[in-house]
Design a protein. Structure first.
Ligand code: GLA
Length: 379
């Protein structure tokens, strides 16, 4: 059964009538451009065919009642006085309500059920999917226009200031603005997007290492601080404003760690722009090589890979039909992504899974993913 049918039936059982609306917002996989978003740089993610869904109806009062089918937990709150309560998943819902109110939107209450198939903590942006599905839910009951970049900014604000995770804009932006069958080159300074098709004959395979990140907020914030320190050293607003030529000429006075962090971000921005060009030219080989180089840069310079991710990437790169592979997302655990010849994808997935199981002693999940549209109203 599709998630849409499942969630519609669950709503019907709970409320005794069909939902007024069904909305969804996808998770994402980033093809290239990692830890560049908070440096005002470029990213190249695609929205995946896994999403968070909400079936709902408006309420005549200012309350929000939501039941998570995945967790079998209910939560409710009033829009008239939002408070952070450290209540887990519902804080993402509340945080979006708060950010929308801060932006001046008059919100209508609603009640509904929520479910999703974006694995949590895997680096596929399940929290951004909850945020954008929530924004869509408020939009459809409250009747304001849908503006993807603005909704992405408000989702990010919820995450930064309500939940307390200091993420960049990539995850919310692709969940809001994704396009079917395309990746999006996002300029994280202007939020201008360019949609680029996947190279013909190639598919994207998500390789979940079955490891989950622990407390990595501190490592993330440390990377941000190092990037900001490097930008100050070079005298630029953000590392986005640096070229590799200028880096080579001026980096000599940086300490070794900050130098490596900056080199990752500056070179990754250049790779990301080159990758978008390769996709526009339909060149899967070139895109794959850039993904391989991105992994090396994350592993050695930015130091955000991990043993399981490195094993997975090696297993993928060894397999015939693989154009390229890299870890994806925030890092340390979770998923890698590979670009694979379409007609070899099934054999690729089976062989890489077996090899990874033998080497890492863990059972991975591998799936071919198509690129889907951003947050939408499905009913
Ligand atoms: C996490 C953050 C994003 C981005 C990536 C790394 O997914 O939420 O904003 O910084 O890490 O590219």
């Amino acid at each position: 059964m599709s998630l849409q049918a499942y969630i519609t039936q669950a709503f019907q059982r709970r409320f005794g009538q069909p939902p007024a609306f069904v909305v969804r917002a996808p998770g994402r996989v980033n093809l290239i451009g990692e830890h560049t978003d908070y440096n005002d740089g470029f990213v190249l993610p695609m929205a995946i065919d896994r999403a968070v869904w909400i079936a709902l109806r408006p309420r005549p009062d200012s309350r929000v009642l939501v039941h998570s089918l995945d967790l079998d937990r209910s939560a409710q709150f009033s829009l008239l006085g939002l408070h952070y309560e450290d209540a887990g998943w519902v804080e993402y819902v509340k945080g979006v309500a708060w950010a929308l109110q801060q932006a001046g939107y008059q919100l209508t209450g609603w009640e509904g059920v929520l479910a999703g198939d974006v694995p949590r903590g895997a680096g596929l942006s399940s929290s951004a999917a909850v945020e954008l599905a929530t924004a869509r839910a408020f939009q459809v009951v409250s009747g304001f226009p849908w503006d993807p970049p603005l909704m992405a900014r408000l989702g990010q604000k919820a995450e930064n200031q309500w939940v307390g995770m200091n993420c960049g804009i990539m995850d919310q932006m692709i969940s809001a603005a994704g396009e079917a069958d395309h990746a999006l080159l996002i300029d994280c300074r202007s939020l201008a997007t360019t949609s680029v098709p996947l190279p013909p004959g190639a598919v994207v395979v998500i390789l979940d290492t079955a490891t989950r990140r622990g407390l990595v907020d501190s490592a993330y914030n440390e990377r941000r601080a190092q990037c900001e320190a490097a930008a100050r050293y070079f005298g630029v607003p953000a590392l986005r404003d640096m070229s590799m030529e200028r880096f080579a000429a001026e980096a000599g006075g940086l300490d070794a760690v900050t130098m490596r962090r900056a080199r990752h971000v500056i070179s990754e921005n250049e790779r990301t722009l080159a990758a978008a060009g390769a996709m526009q030219a339909g060149n899967a080989v070139e895109l794959g090589l850039l993904m391989d180089a991105s992994h090396v840069s994350m592993r050695d310079d930015f130091e955000i890979s991990g043993p399981a991710l490195n094993i997975m990437v090696e297993c993928a790169q060894e397999e015939p039909g693989c154009f390229g592979a890299r870890m994806t997302g925030g890092g340390f655990a979770g998923c890698a992504v590979a670009l694979v010849e379409a007609d070899m994808a099934q054999t690729f997935a089976a062989n890489v899974a077996a090899r990874y199981r033998a080497r890492a002693g863990l059972t991975p999940a591998l799936y071919v993913s198509t690129a889907s549209a951003g947050a939408s109203i499905e009913q």
